[in-house]
Write a protein of this length. Sequence first.
Length: 269
Amino acid sequence: MRVAIYHSNDEHSIQVGKDLAKILSQNEIVIDNEKPTVVITIGGDGTLLSAVQKYLNLLEEVRFVGVHTGHLGFYTDWREYELETLIKALKSDGGAEVSYPLLNIDVTHTDGSHISYKAVNESTLRKLSGTMVADVLIGDNLFERFRGDGLCISTPTGSTAYNRSVGGAIVHPRLEVLQMAEIASINNRVFRTVGASLIMAPNETITIRPVPSFHRTYNFTADRIDLLDKHVKEVHYSIDEQKVKFLKYRHTGFWNRVRNSFIGSIDEV
Ligand code: NAP
């Protein structure tokens, strides 16, 4: 087992990173930030999202585990005062894992160039000023002409993040589906969108194609990647063939995770 430590840049997380490095070496576990088999993140969900982007080329062999240092911690199962217990669990590791779907994103720019991204949570295409006018295709078929601020395409685990804030449904991650949620759509007698979030069947794809006569630039995001003024011709979304894997010991069930994050523990209800 080779372990990488990926921490957030606040003072506390840096210190927890140093403590973890010490415990790992006391337990003769190799620290390897280049070719790890386990990545331990220290911070919050945002830190975990950045770690996945850093190790995208190692997704097949890497499992992630998150230690949270005071953040919400939707993806992070351990607290910083539990490092010894975490290492004990690592040492008796039998390779158990739980894996979650990733979003595959292919952006075509107006000059014809392509860039691909993967996201754990979601990708959005938005206009920060003025109305975004874009055709939405499901598979090859035109579904609607959208007018509004933008659209959010999320994975099941991302459904509790930005998607939830814009009124999307929470989706269990065993359903390998993507969801499209509207961000402030215009709906009146003249302009009409479906006005609800859509959950695709597995293998269905979504394409957002901004209408050229309204051609301006767009804000594109994929998890923490946030690009302004992109000249976008179309963005194609599907569920990726790869998944992101997490260590399984202490992996809280999805609905417990949702309840703990948004409602509180059962005693508080
Ligand atoms: P941030 O603005 O610093 O944090 C956004 C919040 O979303 C944090 O509390 C974060 O948890 C939480 N979060 C991230 N993934 C989540 C998930 N799958 N389920 C539930 N909550 C989740 O942004 P960031 O740390 O760079 O993370 C980027 C993510 O933040 C984006 O992918 C987007 O989903 C989310 N975001 C949401 C909104 C919104 O809801 N209006 C706005 C901007 C970004 P931690 O505290 O543990 O980091």
